[in-house]
Structures are given as C-alpha cells and as structure tokens.
Design a protein around this ligand. Structure first.
Ligand code: ADP
Ligand code: MG
Length: 373
C-alpha cells in the first residue's frame, strides 16, 4: 500500500509532510526547498512549469503564468469580488458560470482545479521520490471559511492529480493539531495566519479532541506581497529620482525588483539591515545603471504602518463574533510565513496578552498538522 501525506495547498506556497516513525516531517521538493510556490506556467515552448520555475517567469510571461489560483477554486464567476478579478492572466466565465483560466500559449482554457492538480502532482511526485515509496492518498487543508463547493473542488483537484483525498481539513485546525492541542481538555485558541496574499483569523474551541470553529475573519487582499510591494516602490522611487527612469515599467527589471524586495524583507526578519544589489538593472544615456543600497528594518517598518493597521480589525471582529475577550484566549498560534516579521509578532502581542506559539515553523505548521491528522 502507498503512503499517505498531509498537504497544505496554499495561495502562495504549498507544503507536503509525512509521518516518519510517528513524527511529522516536511519533505523537500526536487529543488531542495521545503515550500513550493503554488504557481503553474507554460513556457514559450509550451513546457509545463510548476513551483519555483514558474514563479520566476511570473512577471516576464504574465499571461501564461498562473499564481493565486486558490482564489478561484470552486468559485462561481458571480461570487468573485472585484479585487480577485485583477490578476495578470485572463479569467472568464464559461457558459455554466464557472471560472475558467485562459492560456494563450496552449490556446485553451483550464478549470482552476486542473491547474491546481498539477501543483499537487509535483508535490506528491517529488515527495514520493524523496521517501522512495509511492503516495496514494492525502489529507489536504483548506481555509476554515471554504464553502462546500470550494471543498469539493479541492477534492476534485486531488482526484485529477491521481490522489485519494482522505480528508479535507481546516487550516487552523491543522495548525492546532501540530501543537498537540487536541490532547488538552478544553482550550480556546486564536490562529493568526498571515500568508503571501491573504490574512485569516480563526478562533477555535477545542474540547476533548473536538474542534469547533467559533469565528473566522480576515482580509483576502492582505499578505506578504503587500510588504514586498512597499520595498519595490521604495527602490523604484529612489531610482527614478536619481535617474528619471521608472523601473516598474520594464518587466525584466520589475521581476528582479520584486524578487530582491521579497528577499530583503525575509532577511530583515532576522537581521537589522540588509544589502540590496541589482547590477545592470537599466540602461541610461551613459551606459548601464545599478542598484546598490541597504535597507534597514526601521525604514522597512516605516513603509508599512497602514498594512499593520489592517491586521487589527479582523482580530477584534472575530473576538466579538465569538463572544470572547482577549483574556479568554488560552493560546495564540502564528501561521504563515509573514508572521516571521518582527513587527507582525509585536502587533499580535499587543492584541492578546499571551506569548504566541511559534516553536513550529509558521510556513510549515499547517502541513505538519495535516500529516498528524
Ligand atoms: P500562503 O499560506 O499564502 O500560501 P505562506 O504561509 O508560505 O503562504 O507565506 C508566504 C509569505 O511569507 C510570502 O510573502 C513570503 O515572502 C513570506 N515569508 C516567508 N519567510 C519570511 C520571512 N523570513 N520574513 C518575512 N516574510 C516571510
Ligand atoms: Mg497558508
């Protein structure tokens, strides 16, 4: 019999984990990374790319590269809000009102779950190579607020990837499982999940292994990408002031700016200042131009106060909906790569008077919980 894995199918990144001798382990992909970008693309030669390779052509080949597909899985066209519609690729409604993704390179349309299936396929293929066993089944996580159609479409994606989907599990429940909270008698847990493009707050009541989602809230248009964009704008504005060139209008330059911004942001979670070096980013009248600068954490934080403000209301609303006061919360679990930012952790500490749980990597905790399940 094949193995069963846990999969966090994220909007930005996906992670797969497995139980090895009773202990959950994240499995690295073929590129050696523990998280895989949830991006699918086709090259100019119609080659299918999944993960980091697809992500690298996001800005360069925007009409044939598909990120953020999770926003469309299981959604009818008229359920989409305006902000979801503004992706760089073409989406449309088919005659049954379902969302379809158009791929000019392949001259065809895809259901979002078909493209998501190729992400699942890569995760599982890489994982089975790594553990040296076939993988037949998976527990896949979804946001707590996913409705039946979204859950069914996630199951369909698993089936299209050739997997038996053993269970669809709520992401916050998975995070709580990773911390073993199912073993405690009664607990009230706040799961604070800031990912790449979405923010989710969930309040869980856990009693004798039974998980009850008391309230969910969030912001579907807020995540790490917004913080990256602040650095892109900071770099581009300084460059424009010096050289009169807006790098954001050049796709090649924008791709490099975006990657450098995210890298700098991630480094600033660990160090107080980081170099940013982008040689040959443009050509001016006198030859090639370069970016050679430093960004410190204080400056970065001064670029983002409004983004932090937007984290407050969803937490307060979720608390109000659940009827709990901040003091009633027993534990706070940090989920999502963006909760590695010190400014985000500080904000959480001001909201709930408990030291947040972060012994499990926030970008892996959901997949680990799925493996435990
Ligand atoms: P999602 O659940 O949205 O698929 P993740 O939980 O993997 O995604 O979060 C991805 C986001 O986390 C990205 O914006 C990424 O830049 C950010 N991130 C990852 N590591 C760090 C870090 N060390 N510091 C700040 N942000 C980080
Ligand atoms: Mg996530």
């Amino acid at each position: 019999m094949g193995r069963i894995v846990g999969i966090d199918l994220g909007t930005t990144n996906s992670v797969v984990a497995v139980l090895e001798a009773g202990r959950p382990q994240v499995i690295a992909n073929a590129e050696g990374m523990r998280t895989t970008p949830s991006v699918v693309g086709f090259t100019k030669d119609s080659e299918l790319l999944v993960g980091q390779a697809a992500r690298r052509q996001l800005v360069l080949n925007p009409r044939n590269t598909f990120a953020n597909l999770k926003r469309f899985v299981g959604r009818a066209w008229d359920e989409l809000d305006d902000s979801s519609l503004s992706v760089p690729y073409t989406i449309r409604a088919n005659d049954r009102g379902n969302v379809r993704v158009a791929c000019p390179q392949m001259e065809r349309e895809y259901a979002p779950e078909e493209l998501v299936a190729s992400i699942l396929r890569k995760l599982v293929d890489d994982a089975s190579t790594y553990i040296g066993e076939s993988i037949e089944a998976a527990v896949i996580t979804v946001p707590a607020y996913f409705d039946d159609a979204q859950r069914q479409a996630t199951r369909d994606a698993g089936r299209l990837a050739g997997l038996e989907v053993e269970r669809i599990l709520n992401e916050p429940t998975a995070a709580a499982l990773a911390y073993g909270f199912d073993r405690s008698a009664v607990k009230r847990v706040l799961v604070f999940d800031l990912g790449g493009g979405t923010f989710d707050v969930s309040l869980l009541r856990i009693a004798n292994g039974v998980f009850d989602v008391k309230a969910t809230n969030g912001d579907t248009q807020l995540g790490g990408n917004d913080f990256d964009q602040r650095i892109v704008d900071w770099l581009a504005a300084a460059f424009q002031e010096h050289h009169g060139i807006d790098l954001r209008r050049d796709r090649q330059a924008l791709q490099r700016l975006t990657e450098a911004a995210e890298k700098a942001k991630q480094e600033l979670s660990g160090v107080a200042s980081t170099p940013i070096s982008l040689p040959f980013i443009a050509t001016g009248a006198d030859g090639p131009l370069h970016i050679e600068t430093r960004l410190d954490r204080t400056t970065f934080e001064s670029l983002c106060p409004d983004l932090l403000d937007r984290l407050l209301l969803p937490v307060q609303t979720a608390l109000r909906d659940s009827g709990w006061a901040a003091e009633d919360v027993d534990d706070v679990v940090l989920v999502g790569g963006s909760t590695r930012m010190p400014m985000v952790q500080q904000l959480v500490r001001t909201l709930i008077p408990h030291e947040p749980c972060q012994s499990v990597n926030p970008d892996e905790v959901v997949a680990i919980g799925a493996a435990v399940q």
